[in-house]
Design a protein around this ligand. Sequence first.
Ligand code: ADP
Ligand code: MG
Length: 353
Amino acid sequence: MIRINQITKSFGAAKALDNVSLTVGRNELVSIIGYSGSGKSTLIRCVAGLESYESGSIATGASSDRGYSGIGMVFSRSNLFPHLTVLQNLTLAPMKVLGMSREEAEEEAEQMLDKVGIWSVKDSYPDCLSSGQRQRAAIARSLMMKPEILLLDEPTSALDPVSTAEVFNVLSALKDQNMTIVLVTHKIDLARAISDRIVFMSNGRIYEQGTPSEIIDNPKEPQTKAFINHCINMVYRIPSSKYDHPELNARIEVFCLRYRLPFSDTYSLQLAVEELLNLIPLDDGVSLVITKSSKGMELEAVLAKGEHPYLSAEYIKDDLSYSILEGLCENIQEYVNESEDTVIRMTIRQNKI
Ligand code: ADP
Ligand code: MG
């Protein structure tokens, strides 16, 4: 259990935490989201006792026997000792701090590594592991101390999507083992899947909190909405005119399913993408960005700046594609951004059946 009561913390003139209160129950997994600089790290560092604060109080209920606080912390970088094997990294603290025997510590470490799915690399050195394996080893190392509370500060920010999913799976499994977990993350779709509650921080304050569905599907406050919209997108790179059309359609479908978009809107989006790709040159590659916003789905194509505005009457040869696009979308715009790329964006009309 964690009970944070009205804490305030400044760095010089800047308020990093401004009267923050939050309670996290035993067995609860709470994710903290928000722009960088909003105070997320400072908050969990205060809980971990790594940072002092000016006013307020934090009670953790974690028993601090044998010189150990009962709080485990995992950072973006795993901080494993490079000169020790994975197993040695895990057994060091329990032997030194908890006075465990080597046999006992090793047996426990092997179980822990099995739990996070990396038992097979127990005798490897950290440099030989993938970044995802290193991060799972770091989690296993924290667990060796039998913490009642586990705090994780963007544990997957350096990981590829597959390793990220593996780490989230591990966290999801831990949740069912009487652990109090606070996770700072930018991966809001995964946070949505495993969290009991999501807290949105902005400017050192808790701006809005609620169930994943309340915060991600129906945020109430304007700043939360803006942040969620900024996070919920799908980026797809079209390498050339020989792109994999069925795969692109499948990705769009999965993306729309995740946000429970009606099937008719998914189809409109797929069709708009297809017609848009008919109208612009693909040879030098195009990035598609699909964003769910309060207005519906926004579609954006980013490509190298060409000679034409691509959607000008002069350039559009395939009138049919453009007419279809106009029927499916509103606010079609084309402009050149700061990086001298051409950006074409539009909002897909929602089918009101
Ligand atoms: P987040 O984790 O949400 O990105 P942080 O908690 O790291 O945010 O930072 C909150 C604010 O406190 C930021 O304005 C940041 O610049 C400031 N800050 C954080 N740590 C320090 C520090 N050690 N010294 C000075 N300012 C800091
Ligand atoms: Mg941070």
